[in-house]
Design a protein around this ligand. Structure first.
Ligand code: GAL
Length: 958
């Protein structure tokens, strides 16, 4: 073959390869979950030694591109760090301390605990050579907080907010056909909210890949106009051209129904975009016989946006949406699809027992479903942007949402926070309102507040004119922010005169954005301030706050109020008002922080839902209190309820709407029975029995068949029965858990606000560096022995410091030390060695652990026998032939590595609190049977079997 021919042939091969590569990727979009296999270690906010010398280089990563140092450097050795999956909240893994923050639930992080307030995450991903030319971006759903991200040593961005979703295009920084390191430094020293917020990468991380001509990030916006049975869907798509040349293209919009059938399409051709320009393409698609999204049947459509350049499909982007109308009316409240709906809402933070803020998607779904089962139809994301998965759950289950911005303000940064929230979330049919803020006392009643609120409101409207703008107001409902809000949000009846305010502003729609803040401990019926027990009868909690019944009655009876949002649906960590240490979670929830119902749940179910409900409180285990008068309450939506004690009627009473019934009953052990009547007919009964001692453990999962995707979970209720199989409502037994099979336990809880037990049982990893490394030149590997005999190395040089690389000795003896804790029995001690020579022999405390080891790029791992180790100072000696430098500026490794002391996790356990505890288990990616055994002293143990079945996994880079 002539030279020309062979060039042509090679060129052709290259073209074929390129075509193949594009074909393989469909030219289109891919999204990979990056949750698995991260390395984690604590750094330090101020002590650079404890922050792995990060930020100490002469030229910092802010001085020169790619100069990330310490863990930010591509080559940093993180082998000794802990391995974990996201989402991860390191705050929940810490001990409690009275020196820690009240509002954040006394977990030992924050200013007083600098060693637990900065976290480093690192992960290596492979990027195939065929990706060259695509746009590749990292997407973080949220990191708490103040995070910096490096890719291959380049600082690619920073995000101060702990709640914003953020994205970084890293295409140019990547090594194609090779490995790439992502490093994230997270600083949770500072708090954003006055409630538990967790710490770390507590939401998903993704890697997205697109063709340079693609739909912009969160680039679609779908709205619908409903005309009788038909709808006009307006689809806007922002297309961006990140090629270096002008592109001509077409956009095809397709509406697909829930069955996968195409119901409308439109196309626009001959669109052009110059490099790096974005253009909005708008099309109207008529949908006949549109199925509406509503609370009972939350029907979802999909918009498929296809970008075509010539005949090549360059992007295909899917947007889930719903067709529905919403309207707030100043006199009649809220309307969904023209139908009046009273908002029966709860406020909630992102926090759950056992896992803190790192909620698996299924847990978010389960929580929304649990609220819906209570009869709730609305959710306020107080006081921060939620995860995309929470909104997806609300879309799928039919739950209306107030989506809330974190910090009020109108500077570019503050507006940008709100803008990103709205642009990310505006296609969710569940969202009915953007809340621009909550209880901003410094500005609430001032002209500055009114100005800020007006600008934020107008700006929000410019991004989405279809949702109402609201905010939570508490400072007396006086002039200021409340004057200008589209929808007034009243926080608490006790904070001002709502009726008077409505009279003054009769044309302003309104709702109760917060009501309640009542106190209750689940399963407790006598207040005991010493024990921090708050009786779970729904009573007025404080002079200026009202009971749930008082609050709901007020809102239910005023049609001009669109509804109310209870503070809160679930208990959360922090704000243990009215108590302090050792109370660590709130008392406000209708459910505790495991989602176990307090009795209020049945009050609400009675008046918020159509489910026939009859519930008696308290429990009937009061040994020693025979004859004592006990208030017995019934929550019910029956017309009448009759109460019996041991078959003897204590009277039949008529239920007033939105109310409850009470009998004063002299305690006698036995059976309390309530019989509910509707239209004179017996329809329901509820029975509460005095139980015996706990005899057997019970495990009840929320589902028994799981997906083997490494993400799915089972939420398992732990309880105990007496010998007659009655659940014991007062039990406090400690239960231990053992899991076998393809799963893991990710958290335990029991809803006790004063429990200082561990939420998670994880391995403890300490890493120990080598200190005081000295060296002495020797004549060769064989001649090193004599240097080893020297007991005193104080005359030796500091290792590597004085080496003359032009005149290297044939070999060097190095000596340094490392410190082991006083007690490391039960721990694995591993030496992660990095070559400091071409060939090396390693001794620990005089015992050889490796001989004539060849230089290795990956390093070597030695699991050390305890017999060669001792508490306190240990000696490391390395005899090595030196690694020469070709150029003066070459970097030669000078650090022989790290010792890891790993103490395995102890047995997972938890005490029951008033008869209940919760354990959450998660699948791995392997299918099989997971067995969970629960044991308790003196109790019959039990084993639960859960199937984890093969499933289509989300694409991920592990
Ligand atoms: C409100 C506030 C909530 C919570 C609640 C506790 O004023 O908006 O975030 O702190 O009080 O009662």
């Amino acid at each position: 073959m002539s030279r020309l021919k062979s060039y042509l042939f090679l060129g052709l091969l290259f073209l074929v390869h390129l075509a193949f590569a594009q074909e393989k990727n469909g030219g289109g979009r891919q999204r990979f979950l990056l949750d698995f296999n991260w390395r984690f270690a604590f750094g330090h906010p101020s002590d650079t030694k404890k922050d792995f010398d990060h930020g100490t280089s002469y030229f910092s990563y802010l001085a020169k591109a790619g100069y990330g140092d310490g863990p930010a450097a591509a080559k940093f050795d993180d082998r000794a760090w802990r391995q974990l999956n996201l989402p991860h909240d390191w705050a929940v893994e810490q001990e409690f301390s009275p020196q820690a923050s009240f509002s954040h639930g006394f977990k030992a992080i924050g200013r007083n605990f600098p060693g637990r307030s900065v976290g480093w995450y690192r992960k290596t991903i492979h990027i195939p050579a065929s990706d060259l030319g695509r746009r590749i971006a990292l997407e973080f759903d949220g990191v708490y907080r103040d995070s910096k991200v490096w890719v291959n040593g380049h600082l690619v961005g920073a995000e101060p907010s702990g709640y914003n979703t953020f994205r970084m295009d890293i295409s140019e920084y990547l090594n194609y056909g090779a490995d790439n390191t992502i490093a994230v430094r997270v600083d949770a020293t500072m708090e954003e909210g006055w409630y538990y917020e967790g710490a770390g990468i507590y939401r998903h991380v993704w890697l997205s890949k697109t063709n340079p001509l693609h739909v912009a990030p969160h680039g679609t916006f779908v709205t619908a106009q409903v005309n009788n049975t038909n709808a006009e869907v307006t689809a806007r798509a922002n297309i961006i051209n990140e090629n270096k040349t002008v592109k001509t293209f077409s956009v095809l919009q397709t509406v697909v129904d829930a069955a996968g059938k195409t119901v409308a399409t439109q196309r626009q051709d001959n669109l052009t975009l110059a490099p790096f320009q974005t253009q909005e393409v708008r099309m109207v698609l008529p949908v006949t016989n549109a199925r509406l999204w509503d609370l009972e049947s939350p029907y979802l459509y999909k918009l498929v946006t296809t970008v075509l350049a010539g005949n090549q499909e360059t992007d295909r982007y899917e947007t889930s949406f719903g067709i529905r109308t919403i309207r707030f009316d100043a006199r009649e409240g809220f309307f969904l699809n023209g139908k009046h709906v009273k908002l029966k809402g709860t406020n909630n933070h992102q926090d759950h027992a056992g896992v803190g803020t790192a909620l698996p998607d299924e847990l978010q779904y389960w929580r929304i479903k649990t609220l819906k089962d209570m009869g709730s139809n609305a959710y306020r994301c107080s006081h921060h942007p939620p995860t995309p998965e929470l909104l997806e759950a609300c879309d799928k289950l039919g739950m209306l949402v107030i989506d809330e911005n974190r910090l009020m303000g109108t500077s570019e940064q503050r507006i940008d926070d709100m803008k990103r929230l709205i642009i990310r979330d505006r296609n969710h049919p569940s969202i009915i309102s953007w809340s621009i803020g909550n209880e901003e006392w410094a500005i609430e009643n001032s002209i500055i507040g009114a100005r800020i609120a007006t600008t934020m409101q107008d700006y929000a409207k410019s991004l989405d004119s279809t949702r109402a703008i609201s905010a939570g107001i508490s400072g007396g409902f006086r002039s200021g922010i409340s004057d200008v809000l589209e929808v007034m949000g009243y926080n608490y009846l006790g904070n001002g005169d709502i009726e008077a305010h409505h009279k003054q502003f009769p044309n302003q729609p309104s709702m109760g954005t917060e009501e309640g803040s009542t106190f209750a401990t689940r399963g407790v019926y006598v207040t005991d301030l010493e024990k921090h027990y708050q009786a779970a009868y729904d009573r007025k909690p404080r002079p200026t706050f009202y009971s749930i019944e008082e609050g709901w009655t007020f809102y239910a009876n005023r049609p001009w109020l669109a509804g109310m949002f209870i503070w809160t649906g679930f208990d959360y960590r922090g704000e243990p008002t009215p108590h302090g240490w050792p109370s660590v979670t709130s008392y406000f929830g209708m459910m505790d922080n495991c989602g176990f119902p307090k009795d209020n749940v049945y009050y609400l179910r009675s008046w918020w839902s159509n489910q026939p409900t009859l519930h008696l409180l308290p429990h009937w285990n009061r040994p020693g209190q025979e004859g004592k008068e006990i208030p017995v309450w019934a929550y019910s939506n029956c017309d009448e309820v009759e109460l019996f004690l041991n078959k003897k009627s204590l009277g039949r009473q008529t239920m007033k709407p939105n109310s409850h019934l009470e009998w004063k009953v002299n305690y006698a052990p036995g059976t309390l029975e309530a019989v509910g009547y509707k239209n004179g007919k017996k329809v329901l009964t509820d029975v509460v029995k005095t139980t015996g001692e706990a005899a057997a453990v019970q495990l009840t999962p929320h589902k028994t068949s799981l997906k083997a995707d490494g993400e799915d979970i089972a939420v398992i209720t732990v309880s105990v029965n007496d010998k007659n199989k009655l659940a014991v409502p007062t039990a406090g037994n400690e239960i231990s858990f053992q899991l076998k099979g393809p799963g893991r336990i990710i958290g335990v809880g029991n809803g006790d606000p004063t429990s200082l037990e561990k939420d998670r049982f994880i391995e403890d990893i300490k890493t120990v560096g080598i200190t005081d490394l000295k060296e002495k030149p020797v004549a060769g590997m064989d001649n090193g022995q004599s240097a080893f005999q020297e007991t005193n190395a104080s005359g030796w040089d500091d290792a590597f410091k004085k080496r003359d690389y032009k005149n290297l000795a044939p070999a060097y003896v190095h000596r340094g030390s490392f410190e082991l804790p006083a007690n490391f029995t039960g721990a694995d001690v591993t030496f992660f060695y990095k070559s400091i020579g071409r060939e090396q022999t390693i001794y620990i405390n005089g015992k050889e652990i490796a001989q004539n080891l060849k230089e290795s790029a990956e390093g070597n791992v030695f699991k050390l026998d305890h017999s060669i180790l001792k508490p306190g100072q240990n000696q490391l000696e390395i005899l090595a032939t030196p690694i020469p430098k070709k150029y003066d500026w070459d970097n030669v490794n000078q650090d022989p590595g790290t010792f890891q002391i790993l103490t395995p996790a102890s047995t997972w356990k938890r005490k029951l609190f008033n008869g209940l505890a919760q354990i959450i288990i998660q699948t791995t990616k392997d299918a099989g049977e997971i067995t969970l055994t629960a044991t308790g002293q003196g109790l019959k143990s039990t084993t639960l079997k859960v199937k984890s079945a093969d499933t289509e996994k989300r694409p991920s880079i592990d």
